[in-house]
Ligand binder design. Structure first.
Ligand SMILES: Nc1ncnc2c1ncn2[C@@H]1O[C@H](COP(=O)(O)OP(=O)(O)OP(=O)(O)O)[C@@H](O)[C@H]1O
Ligand SMILES: [Mg+2]
Length: 342
């Protein structure tokens, strides 16, 4: 029905990571969404993992940028180059067999931004582009039976966005997306270290603190990590030991905002679907769901069980890649909707 699907690819164009899934092969690429360009000429010198190594450590004439910020395209030109580079890496012959691409994007992006993503994909060599909401892709990727008449809540905490949706009959009944995610967790840590210890640290150090000792709820053991940064007063490099209690304190604000958003989404959910969710639980995906203690805290605060998907970082790419397998069901569910609404 859809012709040769060996060139169907699913892309999770994330603020932090870009993943590519190829039909029949699985996830074939997983690299940071970073591009290193030459200042002035804007010539791309590295993309992905190689470019990330350069982030914050580049020589004067090279700048490493993250073309996606807060889940949207902040730099169209480098985003396009990044997509093109990644695709040519995994499909070296893509110029001959143009792929069909399904791209997962945050639902909070504007129509203009949405079109920008499509445009990027066409320019990068796609023959057909379908853009779907990250929540829907995440739900398919988390193996949720989205087409049954049953409410499912999915909460994807990425680097730049958090998206909470209730899905039933293949459609999103309620969705709340905020431009807040793991990047804000890192920023909160940077702020805290600066204000309490007068130490300036970089994003990568903050992220390491978050992943190694970050936590959302009190733990029995207090963990410690040594970090290095620049003293804000003397300008000299300095070491400092940070413990998990302090990191938790720093993360309190963004975590509270996410939990408030989940509660608000539950509040907007029709009662019958809410009953399903209480029964089945909230499914969490995205890198943010890996923060220690967060699923437990969400469950405690909402009174609803929480399940973290099997590979939370891969769900959107998996779901986007499997989209075509489900395409027929989407047509059917649209018909059901049309029948119900006419
Ligand atoms: N073990 C961990 N604990 C806490 N945070 C983590 C962990 N592993 C990854 N993260 C964070 O998850 C975020 C990346 O998640 P993900 O790859 O889902 O985001 P993304 O899809 O690129 O972003 P978005 O969906 O917002 O566009 C980063 O902020 C990263 O620091
Ligand atoms: Mg994501």
């Amino acid at each position: 029905m859809f012709g040769n699907n060996s060139s169907d690819i699913g892309i999770d164009l994330g603020t932090c990571n870009t993943l590519v899934y190829i039909h029949g092969k699985g996830i074939v690429l997983n690299e940071p969404s970073v591009v290193a360009v030459e200042r002035g000429t804007k010539r791309v010198v590295a993309v992905g993992t190689d470019a990330k190594r350069m982030l914050w450590k580049t020589p004067g004439n090279i700048i490493a940028i993250r073309p996606m910020r807060d889940g949207v395209i902040a730099d169209l030109e480098s985003t396009e180059k990044m997509i093109r580079f990644f695709i040519s890496k995994v499909l070296p012959r893509y110029r001959f067999v143009k792929p069909r691409m399904v791209i997962g994007i945050p639902s909070c992006i504007t129509e203009v931004e949405r079109r920008a993503v499509e445009e990027c994909a066409y320019k990068a060599g796609a023959r057909e582009v379908i853009v779907i909401e990250e929540s829907l892709a995440a739900a398919i990727g988390a193996d949720i039976s989205i087409f049954e008449p049953m409410g499912h809540m999915i909460c994807d905490i990425g680097g730049g966005t958090t998206e909470i949706s209730v899905i039933s009959l293949g459609g999103m009944v309620v969705t709340n997306a905020i431009r807040l995610g793991g990047d804000e967790f890192d920023e909160a840590i940077i702020k805290q270290v600066r204000s309490v210890h007068n130490l300036i640290i970089g994003e990568q150090t903050a992220e390491r603190l978050k992943i190694e000792i970050g936590n959302a709820a009190p733990d029995k053991t207090i963990e410690k990590v040594e970090i290095k940064g620049t003293d804000a007063i003397t300008g000299l490099p300095r070491r400092l030991e940070i413990d998990s209690v302090e990191v938790r304190e720093a993360l309190k604000d963004p975590i509270t905002q996410i939990i408030d958003e989940i509660k608000a989404t539950l509040g907007k959910t029709p009662p019958e679907l809410a009953a399903d969710i209480v029964e089945r639980g909230i499914v969490m995906t995205g890198g943010g769901s890996l923060l220690k203690g967060l699923p437990k805290l969400v469950s405690k605060e909402t009174g609803v069980p929480v399940i973290v998907a099997e590979s939370p970082l891969n769900c959107v790419a998996l779901g986007a890649g499997k989209y075509f397998e489900y395409a027929k069901n989407f047509d059917n569910s649209r018909q059901i909707y049309d029948t119900l609404n006419n």
